[in-house]
Design a protein around this ligand. Sequence first.
Ligand SMILES: Nc1ncnc2c1ncn2[C@@H]1O[C@H](COP(=O)(O)OP(=O)(O)OP(=O)(O)O)[C@@H](O)[C@H]1O
Ligand SMILES: [Mg+2]
Length: 263
Amino acid sequence: MLALDRITKTFMAGQAAEVRALDDMNLTVADGDFVTVIGSNGAGKSTLLKTIVGLAMPESGRVMLDGRDITREPVHRRAGLFGRIAQDPNDSTCAGMTIEENLAMAAKRGQPRWLRQAVTPQLRESFRAALAETGLGLENRLDTRMGLLSGGQRQTIALLMATLAGPRLLLLDEHLAALDPKTAELVMGLTDRLVAERRLTTLMITHNMADAIRWGSRLVMMHRGRIIFEAAGSAKSELTVAGLVRKFHEAGSDLADDRLLLA
Ligand SMILES: Nc1ncnc2c1ncn2[C@@H]1O[C@H](COP(=O)(O)OP(=O)(O)OP(=O)(O)O)[C@@H](O)[C@H]1O
Ligand SMILES: [Mg+2]
């Protein structure tokens, strides 16, 4: 369904600070895959997701989705294909708008701007139902501004927004990273449920190796802009955190000070 074919992305090309964020990288994702992605700081994980949605233009290689070459397609033209939560929590929801306005914006993506915030009673009811299912008591707070919510509540709304319009691919960039362990567990449970119920093909970046082993159907390890290891099915469920750390060491990464180890 998704194929990245020999993608190379360099930042600050030709300058002293040149970085090859993706280095001749290949990745194929099948319909229904739930892929967890781990990698040390700067491995190229966020750049991978940005390349898929069109926020980073690779200088070589192709991005294929359902057999269509979308490599050079502008962001707005492919936006409807993806539901994404960005690494910076402030990028996924609009703090100055209410819960309802945020959800409406996501539900009506692709429609003209003046239509996007008009909410019919049916749509409002569907928001309430979706919010009630999360168990956070937000269903009666549709008029509350996002900026007043806790981190976990905001990521929950971001998750609903990313899945509302029925995306072809769900892309999660460390959406649990800023949450306390108990809230992270809650939001992860909801993530897993939404992915299963809506049969969403998903890429989830995490710096928590135990989470990467526990959730999803496939695990991909990145290092210096490439995939250096992957596992699926029973080979994945038999992985251990110690085993993954060993893989990083074999690839020449000591992981000192890395958020992967701190988690
Ligand atoms: N816009 C940019 N300009 C310059 N360099 C960039 C830019 N975006 C990313 N980079 C560099 O590209 C490399 C890969 O960055 P990326 O954000 O993809 O890493 P990551 O795997 O997501 O890391 P982290 O775990 O810290 O989120 C890093 O060295 C980063 O500094
Ligand atoms: Mg990142």
